[in-house]
Design a protein around this ligand. Structure first.
Ligand SMILES: [Zn+2]
Ligand SMILES: [Zn+2]
Length: 358
């Protein structure tokens, strides 16, 4: 068993349900033969981190260190790890372990996020009983299969732009690939935030006609700059009429009032697909009519498996897809969480650790 660099990992943990995090340290699991230890340089703040620390989704074992848009440097690798060298710049997203067994119903089909043995970046139990802790911290140890080399085109001098790709980026790209989005499709993006502003860029790079939907008209120019062909102000009746039966796909990237979902049906072309990428805490409802008389489907998508994450990084590098970020030093994390929670960050908050050279 190799010795890791970090005997103790210092992070910022939520100690109870709420938005506040405080300094807290833990002793990491040993660096197993298939693991890498990563010194964290940057970590993005995803909305689902907020859902977790506030205990809005599932049971949470406190203390919990959130953060699953992680970018850093490999400092230790297990004996069997051949893919990486020490010093490699890698990203880690929402998943840090999948069984990868040939006979696994999920992993064998590149559906590893759904593997019954999957461990997510935070608040999940490993088989040995330890709990995963996330990226608002000095380091993390993960299965090397779930660390991804950041392409040079992204890493060279622009590393702070990489973290949002690891969850928001892959969430947007994977959903479009899985649902069959293709050149020329009319694609709507609802909610222009961390996920939505990346979804516009991926949809544009896939050569679709992009409709950006927002109730904030002051986001119009930015949406057009990111690649949208149309900006639809959702508070404007005329704008909404103009998209009647227009869209092949609609990606809903933010949670909205559960009673609002039915209106999406009328924007969809016959047999169009509504893809939910964000989930409100309760149930949502759709009028049955929409399904019967227009053949619209409603589906959902989460993060991607290994194959699609690698594709996403190459695609983002090739098409120069880059998030718009606001940076915060790690010790200002509580300010950053507040700003993300109140929707004031455009469009993704990224935490910076003090960088060490070796
Ligand atoms: Zn996320
Ligand atoms: Zn599996």
């Amino acid at each position: 068993m190799v010795q890791g660099k970090f005997d103790i990992i210092h992070g910022w943990a939520a100690m109870k349900p709420g938005l506040k995090v405080e300094p807290w340290s833990y002793k990491p699991r040993p660096v197993g033969p298939h693991d890498v230890e990563i010194e964290i340089m940057h970590c993005g703040i995803c909305r689902s981190d907020l859902h977790t620390i506030k205990a809005e989704w599932e049971n949470v074992n406190y203390p919990v260190i959130a953060g699953h848009e992680i970018v850093g440097r490999v400092v230790t690798k297990g004996e069997n790890v051949t893919r990486f060298s020490e010093g490699d710049i890698v990203g880690v997203g929402g998943q840090v372990y999948g069984c990868r067994h040939e006979e696994c119903n999920e992993c064998s089909r590149d559906l590893d996020p759904y593997c019954s043995k999957a461990v997510y970046a935070l608040n999940t139990k490993y088989a040995d009983g330890e709990r995963s802790q996330g990226g608002y911290a000095s380091a993390i140890r993960v299965d090397a299969n779930y660390a991804f080399k950041i392409p040079d085109a992204i890493a060279n001098g622009h590393l702070e732009y990489a973290p949002p790709l690891m969850c928001a980026g892959v969430g947007a790209f994977a959903s479009m690939i899985r649902k069959g989005v293709k050149k020329g499709d009319k694609v709507g993006i609802v909610g222009i935030g961390g996920l939505g502003h990346l979804a516009i860029q991926f949809a544009h790079a896939l050569r679709t006609e992009v409709y950006a939907f927002s109730h904030s008209p002051n986001k119009k120019q930015q949406c057009l700059d990111l690649g949208a062909s149309h900006f639809i102000n959702t508070s404007d009746e005329e704008d909404l009429k103009s998209v009647h039966r227009k869209l092949d796909y609609l990606f809903v990237t933010s949670t909205v009032d559960p009673s609002d979902y039915s209106k999406y049906m009328s924007w969809m072309d016959y047999n169009g697909t509504i893809v939910l990428l964000a989930a409100p805490a309760g149930n949502i409802s759709f009028a049955l009519r929409g399904f019967l008389f227009s053949g619209v489907s409603v589906t959902g998508s989460v993060i991607g498996g290994i194959e699609i994450i690698e594709r996403m990084l190459d695609f983002a590098a090739e098409h120069n897809i880059r998030p718009i970020i606001e940076r915060f030093p790690m010790e200002k994390i509580n300010d950053a969480l507040e700003l993300v929670n109140s929707g004031k960050v455009r469009y993704r908050a990224v935490l910076d650790n003090p960088v060490t050279e070796n």
